[in-house]
Design a protein around this ligand. Structure first.
Ligand code: NDP
Length: 284
């Protein structure tokens, strides 16, 4: 049976370290600050934003909330981002996605200063990641890398198969694994014979959004399985993209859903914010 990679425990340990770093900075007069901007009333977004605010409070990070009505214009939002870019109390700016349809998301993400882009979505930060000189790394894939490291999984020379090529998870995690010297295959909805790709992998990273679509029998015995997927099944049950029970019988280590990658995302947001405050301190 596979070892369970406990995301909650790894996140808790990291959050203690982040809080200590934040306290040390605050003692020197620089409390790390995160601005969180929410436009509209999407209930899921509101829940994420409130989780982020609570996590900031627990870590000693100043959180500056901006809850804007759904009719907020693109110009108004861009003006707010401009102000936050210039505000020295703010070290990270996060605009909760999705934005209402009348606002151009790319334009908004590109308006955030790359030096405060704690979500790592600005093309400047994407480019830095691709050339192997990251500044801010996007939180979910960064969390995956930390989990692998904390679990003692070295990627050098390994076959990593990533399923899903989104800009927020699949693509960045593939480049991060490449940076760690893995041989990376990036699969998507047009990939042929997914089972064969997955069956070759020493490490499988699933980020698809389809309940248990990666069958347990595809997993190579001894492989490490990281399941980013979060899928609601029925009223209350959450499952990942991997058939957990069957995959656990073949894998050497596997992340559960919930309690795997999920808790790492906000943790890495806090981490990025504190790192940004440290950088700003050095630059004066
Ligand atoms: P997207 O919907 O943006 O991307 C899904 C990807 O899966 C696409 O690249 C798509 O391919 C690919 N795909 C779809 N069907 C198949 C298939 N049959 N075979 C192979 N590939 C397929 O999703 P996200 O990356 O945003 O999220 C993925 C999952 O991760 C979701 O469950 C989401 O909830 C979860 N998630 C969890 C987070 C966390 O904190 N734990 C954070 C972010 C996401 P194509 O490009 O060809 O369409």
């Amino acid at each position: 049976m596979a070892t369970i990679i406990d995301g909650k425990a790894i996140a808790a340990k990291l959050r203690t370290e982040i809080a200590a770093d934040a306290a040390a900075l605050s003692a020197q007069g620089i409390q790390p600050g995160l601005a969180v901007v929410l436009v509209g009333e999407d209930p899921a977004s509101a829940v994420y934003v409130s989780m982020k605010e609570k996590a900031c409070a627990a870590a000693g990070i100043f959180s500056d909330e901006h809850k804007l009505p759904p009719e907020t214009s693109e110009a108004e939002l861009l003006a707010l981002i401009g102000k936050l870019n210039d505000d020295s109390r703010i070290h990270g700016i996060l605009v909760q996605l999705p934005l209402p349809g009348h606002i151009d998301t790319d334009k908004v993400l590109e308006a955030i200063s790359p030096l405060k882009d704690v979500d790592g979505f600005h093309p400047y930060n994407v480019g830095r990641l691709v050339v192997g000189k990251p500044l801010f790394q996007p939180c979910t894939p960064y969390g995956v890398m930390v989990m692998l490291k904390e679990s003692g999984v070295s990627l050098a020379g390994k076959e990593v198969v990533v399923v899903g090529r989104s800009n927020i998870v699949g693509k960045p995690v593939a480049f991060m694994c490449l940076q760690e010297h893995a041989t990376v295959t990036l699969c998507h909805s047009r990939s042929r014979d997914l089972a064969a790709h997955v069956g070759r992998a020493d490490v499988v990273i699933a980020a698809v959004g389809k309940p248990e679509m990666i069958r347990g029998e595809w997993i190579k015995p001894g492989a490490v399985v990281i399941d980013v997927g979060v899928n609601r099944v029925g009223e209350k049950k959450l499952v990942g993209d991997v058939e957990f029970a069957a995959a656990s019988e073949r894998a050497s280590a596997i992340t559960p859903v919930p309690g795997g990658v999920g808790p790492m995302t906000i943790t890495m947001l806090l981490y990025n914010t504190v790192q940004s405050a440290k950088r700003q301190k050095v630059q004066g």
